[in-house]
Design a protein. Structure first.
Length: 151
């Protein structure tokens, strides 16, 4: 978790750095701790590889960015370890639609979208429907709100 001083420093530098290094802001995002395991123990690589949420296993786990991540296979764990930012959800695993509206909400595995090679999770299927009505606009609004909504 970021200290207040670190959060303020990020807020001060993000508007300038984000257009130059859009992935840099994503790399330091906090992770959802709905339980002690990131994104409800769903394998993040499976969203990209299988196009469905697949439960991970404690047999294939990694620690990254302050959370335990579980995977359905050793192959998926290896892919994630090689490039975690490519597979980790944007907005730290919080609901992308909620982030676009300026608040935090937990997510469910079934409400997800891959857009421009990035994973976005939503709180429920209705939030996903609203998210998909204007994905670019919602991303822009979420990035504007992020990380200030972390409190």
């Amino acid at each position: 978790m970021l200290t207040r001083r670190q959060t303020l420093a990020l807020l001060a530098t993000t508007p300038v750095a984000l257009p130059l290094f859009p992935n840099a802001a994503m790399a330091q995002e906090p992770i959802v701790f709905q339980n002690p395991i990131a994104i409800n123990a769903i394998d993040p690589v499976a969203y990209f590889e299988d196009a469905i949420p697949v439960p991970g296993s404690a047999d294939h786990k990694l620690d990254w960015n302050g959370a335990e991540w579980q995977f359905a296979s050793r192959r998926n764990a290896t892919k994630f370890k090689a490039d975690p930012e490519a597979f980790a959800p944007v907005f730290g695993g919080y609901c992308a639609f909620a982030a676009s509206r300026g608040y935090l909400a937990p997510t469910i595995p079934e409400a997800w979208t891959i857009h421009d090679g990035r994973l976005y999770l939503n709180a429920n299927l209705r939030a996903q429907e609203l998210w998909r009505q204007d994905i670019p606009g919602n991303i822009a609004a979420g990035l504007k709100n992020w990380p200030g909504i972390l409190g």
